[in-house]
Write a protein that binds this ligand. Sequence first.
Ligand SMILES: *Cc1c(COP(=O)(O)O)cnc(C)c1O
Length: 391
Amino acid sequence: MKSKSLGVNTICTHVGEVEDKQFKGAISPLYMSSSYAYENVDVKRYPRYFNTPNQEALCKKIAMLEHTEAGLIFGSGMAAISTAMLAFLQQGDHVVLQQTLYGGTFNFVSEEFDKFGIGYTFTNGFSEADFVSAIQENTKVIFIETPSNPLMKITDLAMIGRIAKERGLVSMIDNTFASPINQNPIDFGIDISIHSATKYMGGHSDICAGAVAASEVLIKQIWNKAKNLGGSLSDYTVWLLERSMKTMAIRVKAHNRNAKKMAKWLEKHPLIEKVYYPGLKSHPDHALAKKQMRGYTGMLSFELISEIDANRFMEALQLVKQSMSLAGVESTILSPAKTSHALLSPEERERQGIADGLMRFSVGIEDKKDLIADFEQAFEKVSTKQLQKTN
Ligand SMILES: *Cc1c(COP(=O)(O)O)cnc(C)c1O
């Protein structure tokens, strides 16, 4: 099947299946074997070789959704990220990383790379000059994440693809927030697209997995590292991920729609200071987001006015639960200042634009009216309490 001729919902539903030749069942059979007959020198099937029937099939779906040739599935997003980076970096090399990255990626680089003798520079900002000035003679990899967490800043994919190509660097993106439904970085010249499949690909907050998509040549190089590091995913979870991905396109589009509506509603609300959502015209990177994204994701952040206590507000919500993770069908919320950015000093948080009243909101697929009703009852509770306190 040619990727150009199939719609995204069809790819999600049908591409990369294990055909049930024996019983002609509608879905992929699950092969749990960790022991296969030896076929020949090239085909030695084994879960940690990333080539069981279910792994191989699902990689085809992921590759086609990301408009590229090949893919690999990992035991977590961090297994995918760490393996991809280590496949292209060795002692004496250097990597340029975007200033704002998922905390686990930041920790991996800043806690591990010194002992491998791999240099790294986090950019000062998001512009071409910020990236170019961070590149050194020994730079091999450039790593970005867009939209960024939690302020939803947008990095220019075409610009990164170009500066990497001009200098012979491998470009990588953490494409988790966008998902392949909203953004295909490879179309803009990025070499490798990486996902925490724990998020939109899985989408139901019940599995932990990772994925990488790139050309055959690059995937071969990542596979060479992957089989040594051993971060493969159990076939049972591969099978669950396949089931989840059948509905990914319709889920993500529903997340997009709800988030846009909630962003607009929050933007007008008197108790909200600011909303960060690339789908809003008021977002500083809206034009760039429009150029490189088809939808703006279910992720947004907003800042409560300073009179409202963020913790009280979160506790007052009933439908929207507090959660560290994101991108499930259910709406969740967290305070970056109290979680992901809690270890930074207040001054550093302020420098990064993480206010105490900032809330990261993973908008689910519930009905908009129910989400709004939940926010309204929570606002009512906290704002009257606040007023009583100040009177
Ligand atoms: C969750 C997440 C990761 C890490 O994925 P795990 O599956 O938890 O290892 C990486 N990047 C982003 C943007 C994430 O949200």
